[in-house]
Write a protein that binds this ligand. Structure first.
Ligand code: NAD
Ligand code: TYD
Length: 361
């Protein structure tokens, strides 16, 4: 088991990163420090770590505002905090945004990952300034593998076949990460995870967008015929898998992480409607009438499914939260945190949603 001491988390004000920081600080075996480097883009939200800030700021949790494409910023952080572990979440993460404007995806996801790798290589390898075991863990997605037909699943050896500028930029970053292992011997690990859901997810993604629109009785946009399939995993299960990899993963290894939980979008939406209608006493039939089938996303992958037997077998991880329980928890969280969502859904957010749907009408 590795001893994590000074952990640089990139993108820790985003959905998965903020949940990860909370999870890591609760881990009894972890006594180290977390340094969160985040640019605070539209998707980064300091309110997502308010509790962590109040309890741990400048003792075990440190925040640095900055861009992962800026070498000087990252170098300063490596020097100041004696970083021994990098957990790299920071990315532009939304497929629709990558279709409307791919440039930031290339900058952050490709150039940003490259810049982090270069810094880690220069600090960790030749100077041997770190007397501890070091690890660079890269968070990636199942979308790099492309789209499946009605059967089969992605394994760690499936060929890469990305279809959107988002997945292509993640694929490029994955290749860079592994190249640093083969070329320079940088200890790296990669995880490719399926669709996450849970608290603090930015409400441009399907589940939180649908939850909030149901609560606010707004139209429910479904792309195409609603028959695309995604594998859904609770964010806490993803993050426990990341912890397993940090502690016990093998250098140069890739691990697929999934929920073993495939759902057609339209079926998922009906389930969400039923859960929310029951919880807050709404008329589910009336809500169903607000479902609006809109023009499909270009290059829309039909189906993702993940074979995660490797991480189960080798690291003893498994999912903990079943979908009914996870969705119920998530809905409760959005119901109880309407301030968090309300703040996001005012201002620029609305402009983006309108622009996105203009493309689909
Ligand atoms: P998110 O969009 O919610 O958060 C991204 C965070 O990165 C934000 O806090 C943002 O401010 C920060 N960021 C963006 N560009 C930056 C830059 N140049 N420098 C520093 N910080 C920057 O994303 P998420 O959903 O939490 O995803 C996190 C990671 O997990 C991403 O790498 C994504 O590809 C991967 N992933 C996501 C999912 C999913 O379902 N959300 C599934 C599999 C993998
Ligand atoms: P999304 O949450 O954007 O994740 P990803 O594209 O990374 O899988 O979308 C999940 C699925 O839901 C995807 O098939 C597209 C679909 N979708 C809708 O039908 N309506 C929406 O408003 C959104 C945002 C997504």
């Amino acid at each position: 088991m590795r001893k994590l001491q000074n952990v640089l988390v990139t993108g820790g004000l985003g959905f998965i990163g903020s949940n990860f920081i909370r999870t890591l600080l609760k881990e009894p075996a972890f006594t180290g420090k977390i340094i969160n480097l985040d640019k605070i883009t539209y998707a980064g939200n300091p309110a997502s770590l308010k509790d962590v800030q109040e309890q741990f700021l400048d003792t075990r949790y440190f925040f640095e505002k900055g861009d992962i494409t800026e070498r000087g910023v990252i170098e300063q952080i490596f020097i100041k905090y004696h970083i021994d572990t990098v957990v790299h979440f920071a990315a532009e993460s939304h497929v629709d945004r990558s279709i409307l404007g791919p440039e930031n995806f290339i900058k952050t996801n490709v150039l940003g990952t490259f810049t982090l790798l270069e810094t880690a290589r220069h600090f960790w390898l030749p100077h041997k300034t770190v007397d501890r075991e070091v690890l660079f863990h890269h968070i990636s997605t199942d979308e790099v593998y492309g789209s499946l037909g009605t059967t089969g699943s992605f394994s760690e050896t499936s060929p890469y076949d990305p279809h959107s500028p988002y997945s292509a930029s993640k694929a490029a970053s994955d290749h860079l990460v592994l190249s640093y292992y083969y070329t320079y011997g940088l200890p790296v690990t990669i995880s490719n995870c399926s669709n996450n859901y849970g608290p603090y997810q930015f409400p441009e993604k399907f589940i939180p967008l649908s939850i909030l629109n149901i609560i606010e009785e707004k139209p429910l946009p479904v792309y195409g015929n609603g028959k695309n399939i995604r594998d859904w995993i609770y964010v806490g299960d993803h993050n426990r898998a990341v912890l397993k990899i940090l502690n016990e993963g093998g250098a140069g290894q890739r691990y697929n992480i999934g929920g073993d939980n495939e759902w057609e979008n339209i079926r998922l939406l009906h389930t969400l409607i039923d859960i929310i209608a029951r919880k807050i006493n709404l008329d589910s039939e009336k809500i169903r009438n607000t479902i609006k089938f809109v023009k499909d996303r270009p290059g829309h992958d039909l189906r993702y499914a993940i074979d995660c037997s490797k991480i189960k077998k080798e690291l003893g991880w498994k999912q903990d939260v079943n979908f009914t329980e996870g969705l119920s928890r998530t809905v409760d969280w959005y119901l109880g945190n309407q301030d968090w969502a309300g703040q996001i859904r005012s201002g620029d957010y609305q402009k983006w949603i309108e622009k996105n749907y203009e493309e689909r009408n």
